[in-house]
Design a protein around this ligand. Structure first.
Ligand SMILES: Cc1cc2nc3c(=O)[nH]c(=O)nc-3n(C[C@H](O)[C@H](O)[C@H](O)COP(=O)(O)OP(=O)(O)OC[C@H]3O[C@@H](n4cnc5c(N)ncnc54)[C@H](O)[C@@H]3O)c2cc1C
Length: 288
């Protein structure tokens, strides 16, 4: 099927993009087009106006400070997968970037588009949740920052309003000893995840877990944190038993539903597996 007719604009800066957004009631931003264009072809989305962000200056790039890594929303997933800096400072983000679809999709798809799309099966929402990232949003009224924890409001729904642009995602870097990892299970190579988990842990001076953030996706309406699983780890030394207790809590408390691809029972087992695997890798990295 072909998309419905639409007007196309290619602004050069954010001011022009915001002006266009404010003028049209049914416009959509175009980033890498890897979700929006298929949705338009299937007529699941039929915007009257497309505002292409690919020529807008200042929306891509990775900048480091002592306390955070800030990534422009138009940074391509392939750039993150190829970055040695991302591999060492944000390994869960790196793991996830390498596992998304195939080279062609990663070459075009952007971190901002993946997060803003908020597809329950997308990989980036779990990563921003696990790292407690700050989402930088801009409108004509000015900039604001949303916490990842409150950013996702449901399937395909976020706190970015129709007249706003997600401009960057900022990942805090803790001074504490920490580790992070990402794990996913898929039916076939290149598929969306059946279940995916991003885990972030911190260790105190005695080697006990002082902070844990576990998020999962692919199993219900949107990516979600699992506080019950996190509570199984905090205050304890990392061990197989603690990881296994956390994985079991994930099975019990993740809001797992049947889907076209797998029963809820299969997904529960898949969730346990990815939670266990990502926690093991995150603790191993934290101990180094
Ligand atoms: C064959 C195939 C396999 C895939 N497999 C996976 C997979 O395994 N895992 C996975 O995570 N993803 C997968 N994807 C999706 C892919 O990663 C997309 O690139 C991503 O979900 C959307 O990013 P995009 O840059 O292409 O955004 P677009 O498709 O351009 O936009 C997506 C949505 O986000 C909005 N948007 C984009 N940028 C902004 C912004 N800066 N501010 C506000 N709103 C914005 C758009 O208006 C649109 O509504 C797959 C896609 C394909 C085609």
């Amino acid at each position: 099927m072909l998309p419905k007719n639409f007007d196309y604009y290619s602004p050069k800066d954010v001011e022009e993009a915001l002006e266009l957004l404010s003028k049209s009631g049914d416009s959509k931003l175009l980033a890498g087009g890897q979700s929006l264009i298929p949705m338009m072809k299937l007529r699941l989305a039929s915007p009257g106006t497309i505002i292409d962000l690919s020529r807008v200056k200042g929306l891509s790039g990775i900048s480091h400070s002592r306390a955070s890594v800030k990534i422009g929303s138009m940074e391509r997933i392939a750039e993150l997968a190829a970055s040695k800096e991302i591999a060492s400072s944000l390994p869960a983000l790196h793991d996830a970037s390498l596992s998304i679809a195939d080279v062609q999709v990663r070459d075009m798809g952007t971190i901002g588009g993946n997060v803003a799309n908020a597809d329950p099966s997308n990989d980036m929402p779990v990563v921003v949740l696990a790292y407690n990232a700050k989402m930088h949003v801009l409108s004509k009224k000015g900039p604001r920052i949303e916490d990842a924890d409150s950013f996702f409001t449901g399937p395909y729904s976020t706190k970015v309003n129709a007249d706003e642009i997600l401009t960057a995602i900022e990942f805090p870097i803790s001074a504490a000893r920490h580790g992070s990892a990402y794990s996913r299970l898929e039916r076939r190579v290149g598929d969306y995840a059946l279940a995916a988990c991003a885990a972030y842990v911190e260790l105190d001076s005695s080697g006990k877990c002082s902070n844990a953030r576990i998020s999962v996706s692919g199993i219900s309406g949107s990516a979600l944190r699992l506080p019950e699983a996190e509570a199984e780890l905090v205050g304890k030394l990392p061990s197989k038993a603690a990881i296994s207790a956390a994985s079991d809590k994930a099975r019990q408390f993740a809001n797992i539903e049947d889907s076209y691809y797998a029963s809820a029972e299969i997904k529960r087992l898949a969730t346990m597996h990815v939670v266990g695997e990502s926690l093991e890798a995150a603790f191993k990295r934290a101990k180094k």
